[in-house]
Write a protein that binds this ligand. Structure first.
Ligand SMILES: Nc1nc2c(ncn2[C@@H]2O[C@H](COP(=O)(O)OP(=O)(O)O)[C@@H](O)[C@H]2O)c(=O)[nH]1
Ligand SMILES: [Mg+2]
Length: 508
């Protein structure tokens, strides 16, 4: 059961949800979210433009500063070398006659790494004799070392000053516009603090990368929010249009009009003019359908195995049109009562067909239960009366009365059935309908209910019903519970109605 309906229903629900998504009006909240997204995107673009500009400007400044630094470094070294050279020349003058002095000057120059001066001095030094080299004076060497120390001191001082100046500028700069080009400043300080500056540049790069990442995250977040927050609103006329396909699927699967109407109204109430989160449309539609069907299949049932214990004999009459499975259902139930230790009596009140009496007789033999019968063509009410009398005399627990199949449109036959009811005064009137006939089955149940006020329904042949519309509709339409479902031709093929089992079959 439900094989057909399940598949079709799933597709119809998916289509219905998709249609709602495509056709329902998008309401203001989305506009707000979209506005937010646009704002974020704009911020992001402006920020990244500003970042690019700042980076370019910084790079330019860096290049200029790098040039200056190189120039300054060379100048500084030249200055130092010049100083050393001057000192060396002074020494040379002082010791004009001594080749030893020339040699010491060359050494000093070597130590300060001033190549130009060094070369010159080394040239001079080469001119000196071997003996002169051996007699280098200690105090002259010390003097040269002192000069080098002095040069280092100067360099160190300059570096310190530069750093101090850099930090004070850095703080000042933070207050100023970031795009300001500081290339006009032409100080030594700027050129020699490259390392510190590079660090600062890196930090600023990282900061800007972080900001970009943050904005990207925001953008992504809002896009997702847009997807999930986008709210839809469905008008009633649109709903009616879109629900049509689902309606057809239900109709094709024998779901009664009343049931479709209920599902439609529930769905309408849940969807029309309500704010529906876009990402939840599918779930809402599915859950609403499930909840409506759960409600439709929720009814107060009767446990006939308990009921029969209330009265002895307990009389049950079975009604319905020809061939729906009355006789078979009676046999199945007799089997079930016997299994529960109760004694059933079968009554062949279908006196219209000779074959019907034989059919029940056969079941009685198979099951080992008592059958009360009259001749073919006799009064069915009289057979019912005899059956109950026999049960009373023998102390049987339950009387199961089989009746002839009759069309609910045949007034005579219906009148006859009423007579059986009047005479037998059954405790329970069970309508047996063939599940596969769908809407016809439900119509019959309705009619029989109107005439004899049935107590419950047995739906036979559920095993060959791929649609299941009757199972969904019969109880809702008649307001009477489905007691059993026939699932085959064997005596054991009778299942008490189980809503949860049906819901699982339909939705899982
Ligand atoms: N597959 C299937 N066949 C059934 C079921 N119940 C009855 N039948 C068959 O339906 C036919 C008519 O059943 P019957 O009991 O004679 O119907 P009645 O005219 O209402 O008494 C028989 O061949 C049964 O075997 C059922 O639950 N499943
Ligand atoms: Mg029969």
């Amino acid at each position: 059961m439900f094989k057909f309906l399940k598949e079709k229903l799933k597709n119809a629900v998916d289509k219905f949800s998709k249609d709602i998504d495509e056709n329902a009006e998008t309401i203001e909240e989305i506009a707000e979210v979209e506005e937010k997204i646009k704002k974020t995107e704009k911020e992001s673009t402006t920020k990244s433009k500003a970042d690019t500009k700042e980076k370019k400007s910084k790079k330019k400044t860096e290049e200029k500063k790098e040039q200056k630094k190189r120039k300054q470094s060379t100048d500084s070294k030249k200055d130092l070398a010049k100083k050393v050279k001057q000192q060396s020349t002074a020494d040379q003058e002082e010791n004009a006659t001594s080749t030893k002095q020339k040699q010491s000057s060359a050494k000093v120059v070597d130590e300060t790494s001033t190549k130009s001066t060094g070369k010159k001095n080394r040239k001079d030094a080469k001119k000196t004799t071997k003996s002169a080299q051996e007699e280098v004076s200690d105090d002259l060497e010390a003097e040269a070392k002192e000069l080098v120390e002095e040069a280092r001191d100067i360099e160190e001082k300059v570096t310190k000053e530069t750093k101090k100046s850099f930090f004070s500028r850095l703080f000042k700069k933070e207050e100023e516009s970031s795009s300001q080009d500081s290339s006009t400043e032409d100080t030594l300080q700027e050129t020699v603090v490259e390392e510190d500056k590079e660090d600062t540049q890196k930090t600023s790069d990282v900061e800007s990368e972080n900001a970009e990442e943050e904005l990207e995250t925001k953008k992504g977040f809002f896009s997702r929010v847009k997807e999930s927050i986008t709210t839809k609103k469905l008008s009633e006329s649109k709903f009616d249009d879109l629900f049509f396909d689902l309606e057809i699927v239900l109709l094709e699967n024998n779901v009664a009009l009343e049931v479709i109407e209920k599902i439609k109204n529930d769905m309408k109430e849940r969807l029309v003019d309500k704010k529906i989160n876009r990402s939840e449309i599918g779930t809402i539609v599915f859950e609403q359908l499930r909840s409506s069907l759960d409600e439709i299949l929720t009814f107060e049932t009767i446990d006939i195995f308990e009921k029969v214990k209330e009265k002895k004999p307990y009389v049950i009459v079975f009604v319905g049109i020809n061939g729906t499975g009355k006789t078979t259902t009676i046999a199945k139930l007799a089997h079930a009562f016997k299994q529960k230790g109760l004694t059933p009596v079968l009554v062949a009140a279908d006196t219209f067909r000779a074959a019907a009496i034989q059919q029940l007789e056969e079941h009685a033999k198979n099951l080992g239960v008592k059958l009360i019968k009259h001749d073919y063509g006799s009064d069915p009410a009289a057979v019912a009366f005899d059956g109950i009398k026999h049960a009373k005399e023998k102390g049987a627990d339950v009387v199961l009365i089989d009746t002839a199949g009759r069309l609910h449109s045949n007034t005579n036959l219906m009148g006859e059935m009423e007579k059986i009811i009047r005479v037998a005064k059954p405790d329970l009137k069970i309508f047996v309908g063939e599940s596969t006939t769908g809407n016809d089955c439900v119509d019959q149940a309705r009619k029989f209910n109107e005439i004899i006020n049935i107590d419950g329904i047995v739906l036979s042949k559920a095993d060959v019903d791929e649609k299941g519309g009757a199972a969904i509709s019969a109880a809702f339409v008649t307001g009477k519970p489905i007691l059993f479902i026939g699932t085959g031709q064997g005596y054991d093929d009778l299942e008490p109605f189980d809503k949860d089992k049906l819901m699982k079959r339909l939705f899982e």
